[in-house]
Design a protein around this ligand. Structure first.
Ligand SMILES: Cc1ncc(CN)c(N)n1
Length: 216
């Protein structure tokens, strides 16, 4: 069995809990409160900026130029394509990027930046993979169950679309290749990083639904 298949199987319960979250249920049937969606989009714009930086760190650390290019393209996708989507929502719902990161957004982005900067390329890749993979699966799941005239259709189309799927497949293939050449100890660390990011993905949606504020 491929390493990434094991990763997915070990974290299926988290994925199922993500799909069942009220945020994603209401995104699916188009009834999500606009303020909750705006909160999410705003935090996600903060997230994507740091995610693009984490991918750029990975590009700089990559041992061969093909991998450098892969990470640069991933970073471009996050900064240009995904942020364009957010730009369209800023317009559609008439608001602007504002404020600072929520506690969960700060925690998740700091985890990614620290892992990609201070740990191995293998652990960095494993930490970044759920950002690709979970979004594709959630996007496809929502696409298969969505209501007609869903106001969040552009979001669904982006993450269930071919362009995003290609990036996901590439990220999965890179992870498998790195795992093939890694020691058992390093593979265990990759699993840890992947699991942590899966949990962070759950928390990101859960915290958007309650529009998480700083208590101090
Ligand atoms: C929190 C989060 N995780 C992942 C993705 C998909 N790149 C995203 N837009 N936001």
């Amino acid at each position: 069995m491929k390493f990434t298949q094991t990763l997915w199987e070990e974290n299926t319960a988290t994925y199922e809990q993500i799909v069942a979250l009220p945020f994603n249920q209401e995104l699916t049937n188009g009834t999500l409160d606009t303020n909750k969606f705006k909160f999410y989009v705003n935090q996600d714009a903060h997230y994507l900026a740091e995610y693009g930086r984490a991918l750029s760190i990975m590009a700089a650390k990559s041992p061969d130029t093909k991998l450098v290019l892969d990470f640069i393209k991933f970073a471009e996708g996050a900064i240009v394509t995904e942020q364009l989507l957010h730009g369209s929502y800023f317009e559609q719902f008439d608001f602007e990027l504002s404020g600072s990161k929520s506690p969960t957004c700060l925690n998740y982005t700091n985890f990614l930046l620290a892992t990609c900067s201070l740990k191995s390329l293998e652990e960095g890749m494993a930490a970044l993979l759920p950002c690709f993979w979970i979004y594709r699966e959630v996007g496809l799941h929502i696409l298969g169950n969505t209501a007609k005239d869903n106001p969040f259709q552009a979001w669904i189309d982006t993450y269930s679309g071919e362009e995003f799927a290609d990036a996901v497949e590439k990220a999965i293939a890179i992870t498998d290749k790195l795992a093939e050449e890694a020691s058992p100890t390093l593979r265990a660390k990759m699993k840890e990083a992947f699991t942590m990011s899966c949990k962070m993905e759950y928390l990101f949606w859960e915290s958007a639904y309650r529009q998480e504020a700083w208590v101090i």
